[in-house]
Design a binder for this molecule. Sequence first.
Ligand SMILES: Cc1cc2nc3c(=O)[nH]c(=O)nc-3n(C[C@H](O)[C@H](O)[C@H](O)COP(=O)(O)O)c2cc1C
Length: 143
Amino acid sequence: MFSLIYRSVAEESFSNAEVYQMLSAARDFNAEHDITGCLLFHNRCFLQLLEGEKDKVHKLFSLIESDARHKKIEIIQTEEKTERLFNKWSMAFYDYGNLELSAQIKLAQIDTFFEDSKALKTQSRLTNPFFNEVRNMLIERAI
Ligand SMILES: Cc1cc2nc3c(=O)[nH]c(=O)nc-3n(C[C@H](O)[C@H](O)[C@H](O)COP(=O)(O)O)c2cc1C
């Protein structure tokens, strides 16, 4: 099992509705190729975790990397793993913008990571706890 985490920034022309459409196609593709993971979307930034067989993850990432709908693509972490974090989701999706206030408070910590922490710009000991926390929240909320 192999996992890859990257971040990127949506192009201005990539509308929220188009992000949702892309997600639907992505889920079909991922399910077919036994790829799981999660995609976070916040203030036009993406943070995606892809997990699956190494070759398949690399192939998908090279498609994603050449996708003109986003830019500033940076790999944060690649890792060999024994278990998947998101074994139930072909691509859990989380749009931070669509939350009620109580959830926003709960997410303040993660927002800090997203906005100003170096933790997600380079691999760090905080990367895995971060995704564990995201997974715990996605269990209740992902679409
Ligand atoms: C932020 C982002 C995340 C994406 N995630 C996936 C994904 O998990 N799975 C997938 O099949 N396509 C994903 N895509 C779409 C691919 O980049 C690409 O459009 C898709 O593989 C279809 O390729 P094609 O248009 O050459 O047929 C993503 C695109 C973006 C911008």
